[in-house]
Design a protein around this ligand. Structure first.
Ligand code: FES
Length: 297
């Protein structure tokens, strides 16, 4: 992760104040935590400051430190750690283009080319001439099945635009620049991540269910019988089509072992367990008493 620092001093504003709208939300967040734990609200307050101004300035960090009753350096640490916070002014709409493998395979290079052409060099601080846009490349945003996609962050929120093409992204940028509402989600009209082809049919072949594909398996794979059959030899016959079994405890002649050993194995532990439990307590007192008397004499 690259080092994240606050914007240069000449970019920083003189002061910062939360708007009335933000104040209502601050009250909501502050009320979620005990009086002596105001610092717990630091991330919601940073987020509110960013939604209000588009980024978090140093005066904003100081105001938040005062509200949360925590040292300024602690707020600074949080703001510089989380990449969701913009430490410098960005365009009105911050376009985040996913460049990770699924999006890349589905054409994210086209989206990056559109951003370069329309906005300019990538990087949050590189704002378009009209102040409307800035863009950056990010890692997977978690909408891979609808690749390629972008997230567009602005005062209204952070929204995903999916199944994009270069032309579709250009249209979105046109609409945003004109102040028109843009519908979020897949631009193809598909719902969520549903299959994109109308005629997709999975497991619809009737043969899968009528038993015609089931074939008897005369031998277990990788057994001597199966190898003999593969090599054209005549393996030992198997009765009624059942696979030949050679349990680990079968005799050397290869004969099947009947169920007798299983019964023995089950019976043995029971027979051994019962007497052991009864005899042990009876023996102990008997052995101790005479020994003690003799020793005393
Ligand atoms: S790879 Fe782009 S959203 Fe996951």
């Amino acid at each position: 992760m690259s080092v994240r620092r606050l914007a240069a001093a000449e970019v920083q504003p003189e002061s910062f104040a939360f708007s009335k709208e933000s104040e209502k939300k601050i009250t909501f967040w502050m009320n979620k935590y005990p009086e002596d734990r105001k610092a717990s609200a630091v991330i919601p307050l940073l987020w509110l400051a960013q939604k209000q101004e588009g980024w978090v300035s140093e005066p904003a960090l100081r105001e938040i430190a005062a509200r949360c009753e925590m040292p300024y350096i602690r707020v600074y640490e949080v703001a510089t750690f989380y990449t969701m916070f913009n430490l410098e002014p960005v365009g009105e709409h911050l376009i985040q283009v996913c460049g990770t493998t699924p999006c890349w395979l589905r054409g994210s290079d086209d989206l990056k080319a559109v951003c370069e052409k329309r906005i300019g060099k990538k990087g949050r601080g590189n704002v378009s001439a009209d102040g409307k846009f800035s863009w950056e490349e990010v890692e997977c945003l978690g909408a891979c099945s609808n690749a390629p996609m972008v997230q567009i962050a602005n005062k209204d929120g952070d929204f995903y635009y999916e199944d994009l093409t270069g032309a579709a992204l250009e249209q979105i940028l046109d609409d945003l620049a004109a102040g028109k509402p843009v519908e979020m989600g897949p631009v193809t009209g598909r719902k969520c991540s549903e299959p994109t082809e109308a005629d997709v049919a999975v497991l619809a072949d009737a043969e899968l269910y009528d038993g015609s594909r089931a074939k008897p398996m005369p031998y277990l794979p990788n057994t001597p019988e199966a190898k003999a059959a593969e090599e054209g030899e005549d393996p030992a016959p198997v009765k009624k089509g059942r696979p030949a079994r050679k349990p680990a405890d079968a005799d050397e002649a290869g004969g099947a072992v009947k169920s007798a050993p299983r019964k023995t194995a089950k019976a043995a532990p029971k027979a051994a367990a019962k007497p052991a439990a009864k005899k042990t307590p009876a023996k102990k007192p008997a052995a101790k008493k005479p020994a003690t008397k003799k020793d005393a004499e």
